[in-house]
Design a protein around this ligand. Structure first.
Ligand code: MN
Length: 248
């Protein structure tokens, strides 16, 4: 297969390099990724300023934009050959539950949806992972199974991998997204010139994190695979809301 590899941690991030090493053993790989850490960029697209790229000697393309910009540019312009699918990661840190709303890793995978194949976002459970190889091997297994038994339509698979040696994994589990509590408080301080500065706090702990959730699987050393939808419509409320709206 021809695979477009991107991420949100930047084009020199160790997780991206580990994923590339494994993918290149079996596939054609193009790397188009942000030129710096753009974590939590979500699906943002840069439309008010132009984008510039830097081509490394090994063919990696670094873009001064968001993860979504990278995949968008790659598919619409930069790549001579259209890839079969997008892999995004391996991210430093989990993308569980509500994280998927903010995640640039997930967004890069989502931007590959027009390819009509499964796109994979992969994240390690730790912020300074020691076992990227575990994440990369998990993705290689998922890719092999997709080749044997393709999933219909543009599915986004959100994969979270426990940061443990491969031998310690307790298998794979298909999960739903859990939920987090509200994030930690915003940090407030003064800059050296006495002006206030604010720093968004880290994500909150898992709240809805029981059996069947992505949180629970990773906590129990299983690779979590959650299929994501782009459609945010709350279909279950359509009928009731239609009734409600008659009074408008
Ligand atoms: Mn990241």
């Amino acid at each position: 297969m021809r695979i477009l590899l991107s991420n949100d941690d930047g084009c020199t991030a160790p997780g991206l390099l580990a994923m590339a090493r494994h993918l290149r053993a079996e596939h054609q790989v193009d790397i188009v990724a942000p030129d710096r850490n753009r974590s939590a960029a979500s699906n943002s697209l840069t439309i008010l300023t132009p984008l510039r790229i830097h081509r490394h000697a090994d063919g990696t393309i670094c873009v001064d934009g968001t993860p979504t910009d990278c995949v968008h540019l790659a598919l619409a312009s930069l790549l001579a050959e259209k890839p079969d699918m997008v892999v995004s990661g391996i991210n430093n840190g989990p993308n569980l539950g509500d994280d998927t709303l903010y995640s640039g890793t997930v967004a890069a995978a989502m931007e590959g949806r027009y390819l009509g194949t499964a796109a994979i976002a992969v994240s390690m459970s730790a912020y300074n992972p020691k076992h990227y190889d575990t994440g990369a091997r998990a993705v290689m297994q998922i890719l092999a199974e997709l080749a044997r038994n393709p999933l219909a339509g543009p599915t986004i698979l959100n994969v979270n991998v426990p940061d443990v040696p491969w031998e310690d994994l307790q298998g794979f589990e298909v999960t739903r997204l859990g939920h987090r509590r509200q994030s930690e408080p915003v940090g407030e301080a003064l800059d050296p010139r006495g002006r206030p500065i604010y720093w968004i706090g880290p994500a909150g702990p898992g709240a809805d994190a029981g059996p069947g959730t992505d949180f629970h699987a990773v906590e129990h050393n299983r690779v979590s695979i959650t299929p994501l939808l782009i459609d945010l419509t709350r279909h279950s409320l359509m009928g009731k809301l239609t009734e409600w709206a008659k009074a408008l």
